[in-house]
Design a protein. Structure first.
Length: 333
């Protein structure tokens, strides 16, 4: 089994496929990248590889919607501020809607990035959020009117989707899932909700990928030896994501999202069952517990950095602590 953070060529291809297929489907790519490799006997690829590989789907979605994005960008430059938007300028309106709707997720993602990389990635969190947010999508399908096209989208509707994207910091929620759910609840038709969901995803996953890429390049000494592996996974993810984008837009024109609701509920139940029986290990929890135990010993963080604390080390630590207490007592006399 590969250790977390150590990625082989075949694992990069496999995880690239998982990322590319699941990134834009309302099933949570983060969830799948957390448990699918373990099911096949692979190590956790880690948050850094997971985020960097997202650059593939980013390139894919830009390539797929480049004409739309170019129009929106030109409209932003043309209007300069939202106050200059004409009622009939759909491109400017959607462009500015996307800008303001992206801000909540960018801010919250920056503030909570340590939790996203750590305790939030628990498989228990993934399992329960997969089930709960699937039920939310099911409710949106039943309650939403689904009759408003993208051209008629309002600012409150765009903000609803933007703030819903904040929930994507919880693994298993699914960025596309929560935004499509919000869009359906506000009355957008399925294709319009899906298209705006794609538009919102570009700045967020680009920022996450670039942040992790820079952090890994600066602080991970093994990154250079893994550059080719990261690149391969990213290319595989991009090609598969492009195909999925085209398929999903065609699918939601004629079908509901209920198949994804059922899949997510079954996935959540399966994860809980495998965790309960020990077939899956909650890797993130197992990593943090030894560190907490180590930090509870006097002497402390050195155990995590330099290996186990031996008997002589504990004795020396206790002697130093005793001497320090003696000096403090003498100073207080």
């Amino acid at each position: 089994m590969l250790l977390a953070g150590s990625i082989g060529w075949m694992q990069a291809i496999f995880i690239g496929l998982v990322e590319g297929i699941t990134e834009f489907l309302p099933v949570s790519s983060t969830a799948h990248m957390a448990f699918v490799p373990q099911l096949f006997g692979m190590g956790d690829p880690g948050a850094a590889f997971s985020a960097v590989v997202q650059m593939g789907p980013v390139v894919a979605i830009i390539a797929y919607f480049w004409r739309d994005l170019l129009r929106y960008f030109q409209a932003l430059l043309r209007t300069r501020t939202p106050a200059n938007i004409r009622k009939d300028d759909v491109d400017a309106r959607l462009g500015w809607f996307a800008v303001f709707a992206t801000l909540p997720a960018l801010i919250v993602g920056y503030v909570l990035h340590k939790q996203i990389e750590g305790p939030f990635r628990s498989l228990y969190v993934i399992a329960w959020s997969s089930i709960l947010f699937a039920l939310a999508l099911w409710a949106a399908e039943r309650r939403g009117r689904r009759n408003i096209p993208l051209e008629k989208m309002t600012f409150p509707q765009s903000q609803a989707m933007g703030w819903a994207q904040v929930l994507a910091v919880v693994p298993g929620a699914s960025r596309s899932g929560v935004t499509i759910t919000a869009g359906l609840f506000t009355g957008l038709d399925r294709e319009s909700a899906t298209r705006f969901s794609f538009l919102l995803s570009i700045p967020v996953i680009t920022a996450a990928g670039l942040y992790e890429l820079l952090k890994t390049a600066l602080h991970d000494p093994g990154f250079r030896s893994q550059t080719g592996v990261y690149l391969l996974g990213t290319i595989v993810a991009g090609v598969s994501a492009f195909a999925v984008i085209h398929w999903l837009l065609g699918y939601v024109r004629k079908h509901s999202t209920q198949v994804f609701v059922l899949y997510r509920i079954l996935t959540g139940i399966l994860l809980l069952s495998l965790l309960h029986t020990g077939r899956l290990k909650d890797i993130r929890t197992e990593k943090t517990e030894p560190q907490r135990a180590a930090q509870g010993l006097s002497g402390q963080g050195d155990r995590v950095r330099n290996g186990p604390v031996t008997g002589p080390t504990v004795c020396r630590t206790r002697l130093r602590a005793h001497a320090a207490r003696g000096e403090n007592d003498r100073a207080n006399l």
